[in-house]
Write a protein that binds this ligand. Structure first.
Ligand code: NAI
Length: 326
């Protein structure tokens, strides 16, 4: 099997070459993302391997089919960047539904702690021998209420971590499951009662701009918002307004709606054209990481092994075709 591997980074090459050792699979690595104009690079390949910011829309699917590509292997869980309805019956789409919910949930907590205890600022201050504590006051998580939207694999690990901190956990899910040590509540109640809100649901028509001017209005003053799911769950301009008006106390963003133009690239020395992103980053109470929540050794190994298995197991492609729609 020959696979065109788009948006390849050094850490991807390492993990995928290791997973492919001794197997009938060969990767052609491309640094560019997959979109209409780069689809041609996959000519002569059986499949493409893509990540969160590659574009697999109808035009790309048509082009891939024309040049003989039979499988789109997502090396991620979310598949909002794939027109799955259009792909049905034309090309097989497989993904890695779970590789390490711990990686993402732990990153969400790391961002929360960094943000509220200002450890990122302390690191910079003490390197400059500035030992002042002025402006460093945080708050205890113990006894605070966290609202978790989406109680799937990652949301549940995050809930357990929050319980370990002695937090009261409220949750909202369109398809609620068992609630063990937390309470499912309507989303309005979650919004009004939570000191911290963390998003762990997929990006769908229902969840697009879930955090918007209307929902921000309902939140507690000083709320901390964490998004490690997909950028478009949040209307970034409404978030910015909420921060400027002091309604939102802090935002921890691992994802951003327009991230595909910026994230995963070294743009230091360039002028970033997105004023909303630039303004958010300039805020003292906004912490941005560039879609790195998944990036642990364990997750990379699981992603590579599952993707190689998904591709090589041609006989089971149809059953694996995306699995449950989450
Ligand atoms: P999952 O499928 O296990 O859980 C998603 C949960 O969201 C399910 O319980 C589902 O019922 C719920 N849900 C669906 N529609 C909803 C709605 N309209 N409102 C509220 N809840 C809804 O998914 P998992 O593995 O927990 O991942 C969650 C999200 O995390 C993924 O969709 C993906 O976008 C994101 N992710 C981000 C990563 C990163 O590096 N930042 C890495 C991996 C995933």
């Amino acid at each position: 099997m020959k696979i065109a591997f788009f948006d390849a980074k050094s850490y991807d090459r390492e993990s995928f070459l290791r997973a492919a050792e001794g197997k009938n699979i060969e990767f052609k690595f491309f640094e560019t993302k997959l979109w209409e104009e780069t689809a041609e690079l996959a000519r002569g390949c059986d499949g493409v391997c893509v990540f969160v910011n590659d574009t697999v829309n109808a035009a790309v699917i048509d082009r891939l089919c024309e040049i003989g590509v039979r499988i789109v292997a997502l090396r991620c869980a979310g598949f909002n960047n794939v027109d799955v309805r259009y792909a049905a019956g034309k090309i097989v789409v497989v993904r890695v539904p779970a590789y390490s919910p711990y990686a993402v949930a732990e990153h969400a907590m790391a961002m929360l702690l960094t943000s509220i205890r200002r450890t990122h600022k302390a690191y910079i201050r003490t390197r400059d021998f500035n030992f002042s504590l002025v402006g460093m006051t945080g708050f205890d998580l113990h006894g605070k209420t966290v609202g978790v939207i989406g109680t799937g694999k990652i949301g549940r690990v995050f809930i357990d971590i929050c319980k370990g901190f002695g937090m009261r956990v409220l949750a909202y899910d369109k398809f609620p499951g068992e609630s063990d040590g937390f309470e499912y509540v309507p989303i309005e109640r979650l919004l009004t009662e939570s000191h911290v809100i963390s998003l762990h649901c997929p990006l769908t028509e229902d969840t697009y701009h879930l955090i918007c001017a209307d929902t921000v209005k309902k939140m507690r003053k000083g709320v901390v918002i964490i998004n490690t799911s997909r950028g478009a769950l949040i209307d970034a301009d409404a978030l910015l307004d909420g921060i400027k008006s002091r309604k939102i106390g802090a935002a921890c963003l691992d994802v951003y709606e327009e991230e595909s133009d910026f994230f995963f690239e070294d743009l230091s020395g360039h002028i970033v054209e997105d004023d909303t992103l630039a303004r958010l980053i300039s805020m003292p109470n906004v912490l941005v990481t560039s879609h790195q929540a998944f990036l642990t050794e364990e997750a990379l190994r699981n992603i590579a092994e599952t993707t190689v298995e998904n591709i090589l197991d041609e006989g089971t492609w149809q059953e694996k075709d995306l699995g449950s729609n989450s």
